[in-house]
Design a protein around this ligand. Structure first.
Ligand SMILES: [Zn+2]
Length: 292
């Protein structure tokens, strides 16, 4: 994937190297290292790391504490280091594409979200953020949270990686922001509250698969504008879509504590299918995972 042509966004809140937003880097007695290890075990075994973490009863206390404190803003504007600049360019391209596509296809104005880059831990409007949670979108503060060490994990632990898969991960989180802007996330949340666990999980899976498809829609339009991805990029992204389990969509109920959106995720085949649908059509309406 060629990213030279992409406009770097200034909507980056760079909190890396600011010591993290959670005191001492320890979370409720378990260090960040332990959380990361639990997370990697989760990936390796297919067990949701949050189950392991919650099983260890780590999260709740520190999160309540963390959410009552204000977030520490970092450096604003596009970072200049390699990975930071790449993230800013991908974010800029999501802004440029969705600012056109959302009004055209959905009759909605696009509001640009802030992307928070952090290392280790920070605070979000949905509670404490830790790198082990993976990239996520907080619908309460309309911000994306990304610890770029996740890109390293993609390469070493998930058998994936590469620029386009990394861009796809960001675009998936932006997809959740689009879902929020079109009013889908609040509806899903209401429906989940009425549903039983199984029904709620099914709704979460549909939400995730739609975000994959929206990432594909974005990539379609980026490629129309820049002709900057090729078959190998798509192959890598498909491999990543298969490898990444669920991600960390934060929800209204998560104010003050990070509440997992589900303990299931779409199958690898489903994720690949919906990413491909978006990539082929470039149409938001083709991403209706809630139909039938
Ligand atoms: Zn997601």
């Amino acid at each position: 994937m060629q990213d030279d042509d992409l406009r770097a966004s200034d909507n980056v809140d760079d909190r890396r190297g600011s010591g993290g937003g959670v005191s001492g880097g320890a979370v409720g007695g378990l260090g960040i290292g332990a959380i990361v290890v639990l997370s990697l075990i989760g990936w390796a075994t297919g067990i949701d790391p949050r189950t392991l973490i919650n099983g260890a009863e780590v999260i709740t206390g520190s999160q309540n504490q963390a959410s009552s404190a204000p977030a520490t803003p970092g450096r604003e504007g596009a970072p200049t280091d390699k990975v930071g600049a790449f993230v800013a360019r991908v974010l800029g391209e999501t802004e440029d594409v969705w600012s056109q596509v959302l009004p055209q296809q959905m009759g909605k104005q696009y509001e640009k979200p802030v992307l928070v880059l952090y290392s280790g831990a920070t605070r979000s409007g949905c509670g404490a953020a830790q790198s082990a949670m993976g990239p996520f979108y907080c619908p309460l503060d309309h911000k994306l949270y990304l610890d770029t060490s996740f890109f390293g994990d993609m390469q070493t632990k998930l058998g994936g990686g590469g620029e386009f898969p990394e861009a796809y991960v960001i675009a998936h989180e932006v997809g959740h922001h689009v879902q929020n802007l079109i009013g889908l996330l609040p509806k899903v949340e209401q429906a989940e509250q009425k549903a039983d666990q199984r029904g709620a999980n099914a709704l979460s899976v549909k939400t995730e698969l739609m975000a994959d498809c929206l990432a594909g829609v974005w990539a379609y339009h980026m490629n129309q504008r820049h002709q900057n991805i090729d078959a190998n990029d798509i192959k890598q992204a498909v491999a990543t879509a298969s490898a990444i389990g669920d991600d960390r969509l934060q929800q209204q109920a998560g104010r003050g504590s990070v509440v997992p959106d589900s303990f299931t995720h779409g199958s690898a085949a489903q994720r690949v299918q919906w990413l491909s649908t978006g990539l082929q059509t470039g149409q938001v309406k083709s991403c209706d995972t809630f139909a039938n």
